[in-house]
Ligand binder design. Structure first.
Ligand code: GAR
Length: 191
């Protein structure tokens, strides 16, 4: 990623599908004076994503695309991204797979946070799997997005100790707290 010059923040879109606590964290981060990004667009694949409330709360444009027709939706996303001069995309709990051609247009400019120590536990139910396997450590990873699920180059990773008392819910909570720090650190690292 090209180093930022001056104090101009890179216009960023955040894609969500759910609660949006990582989105909220990124919005708060973007408001810090030295943050390299500003959040200018929120995209969700469902109107049920409760994280959409942050659009109103922080006065950020939001758009919902159901991805029933990936091609049409992606071309609409590209149009709005162009219009809003978005140069960087953060996936934050976004549960749809973006097409190869979309990703190609944003090569090296889309990152994702995943709640496991990748390459371990790609996909869903990461915490259930870690507990079931009696893993000593869980964690989270920020990585570049490629067309292969949860497989792009790793930017940063945080290891978190699993306690004997943890269940998937308590572990998710613990990991999520670290995700917020990791996402900020990863963005700082690549800008
Ligand atoms: C987060 O734990 C994030 O790492 C995970 O979904 C959660 C979203 O929470 N993402 C994935 O599993 C992507 N493969 P949030 O909506 O509160 O940010």
């Amino acid at each position: 990623m090209k180093k930022l010059t001056g104090r101009k923040k890179t216009k960023t879109a955040v894609f969500i599908s759910g609660t949006g606590s990582n989105l909220k964290n990124l919005i708060k981060f973007s408001k810090i004076k030295n943050s390299p990004i500003s959040i200018d667009l929120i995209i969700s694949d469902t109107n049920k994503a409760t994280g959409l409330k942050y659009a109103k709360q922080f006065d950020i444009k939001k758009k919902i695309f159901n991805f029933n027709n990936v091609k049409i939706n992606e071309s609409k996303i590209l149009t709005i991204i162009k219009k809003k001069k978005i140069k960087f995309i953060c996936l934050a709990g976004f549960m749809k797979i973006l097409s190869k051609s979309f990703l190609k247009k944003f090569d090296g400019k889309i990152i994702n946070i995943h709640p496991s120590l990748l390459p371990k536990y790609k996909g869903l139910n990461t915490h259930e799997r870690a507990i079931k396997n009696k893993d000593k450590f869980a964690g989270c990873t920020v990585h570049y997005v490629t067309s292969k699920l949860d497989s792009g180059r790793i930017i940063l990773q945080k290891k978190i100790k699993v306690s004997k008392r943890d269940n998937p819910k308590t572990l998710a909570k613990k990991v999520l707290k670290q995700e917020y720090k990791l996402y900020r650190a990863a963005i700082i690292k690549i800008f």
